[in-house]
Design a protein around this ligand. Structure first.
Ligand SMILES: O=C(O)c1ccccc1N[C@@H]1O[C@H](COP(=O)(O)O)[C@@H](O)[C@H]1O
Length: 212
């Protein structure tokens, strides 16, 4: 069965560093592309690179900036090139809200996390991005977590992340039925270098699994 376009699972590819990879992602129908603004990441880009890469993104594809506890000044410099902010650190809700731009909050699935409480805390977020927890690493680990820990009735839309690949994404979509999925490492040939065939396979497997 094909997916209902009004409810189908949205797809974000993250960690772009090359313009050609953006073209390939757009060609296979990605909904959002992400840019890692955290300089410690091997996928990190500068504000100048962000400006160049984001200019390559066509209308109606969302440009997302990923930040990890970064300064207001840096984030403000990035704003002209972004449609949505993704916060991956310990940012307080007020800090996320201060830019007047739509944002999502990443939560790492540590054992003791209370997702209902976090959904209330970050109620102004457009969605919660759930990622694997590895101590000392804010994200992009390439690791999955136990998807059965995600409650079906969470008060915010869920973006599933963490170790997704063309091989496991169909099962993830069927099991979790998230609002969206987000992937970085699983569609790469090397850090920051996307693989066109993996991106195409990922999108195809989401569509095949999406029966809503
Ligand atoms: O990609 C990174 O380098 C990164 C660095 C710091 C925080 C988050 C990061 N990436 C995000 O992590 C998740 C999962 O990534 P993966 O698919 O397991 O590689 C995803 O949201 C990335 O955007």
């Amino acid at each position: 069965m094909s997916a209902d376009p009004l409810t189908r699972t949205r797809i974000k590819f993250c960690g772009f560093t090359r313009s050609d990879d953006i073209d390939s992602a757009v060609a296979v129908g990605v909904d959002a592309v992400g840019f890692v603004m955290w300089p410690k990441s091997k996928r990190g880009v500068s504000v100048e690179q962000l400006a160049e890469l984001s200019a390559r993104v066509p209308a109606f594809v969302t440009r997302v900036g990923l930040f990890v506890d970064q300064s207001t000044e840096l984030i403000e410099q990035c704003l002209p090139h972004l449609d949505l902010l993704q916060f991956h650190g310990d940012e307080m809700p007020e800090a996320c809200q201060q830019y007047g731009v739509a944002w999502i909050k990443a939560l790492r699935m540590r054992d003791e996390i209370d997702l209902a409480q976090q959904a209330e805390r970050y109620h102004q977020a457009q969605a919660l991005l759930l990622d694997a927890y590895r101590p000392g690493t804010p994200g992009g680990t390439g690791e999955t977590f136990d998807w059965s820990r995600i409650p079906a009735n969470l008060a915010k839309p869920v973006i599933l992340a963490g170790g997704l690949t063309p091989d496991n994404i169909a099962e993830a979509v069927r099991q979790v039925m998230p609002y969206a999925v987000d992937v970085s490492g699983g569609i790469e040939a090397a850090y920051g270098c996307k693989d066109a065939a993996k991106m195409a396979a990922f999108v195809r497997h989401v569509a095949l699994a999406d029966t809503r």
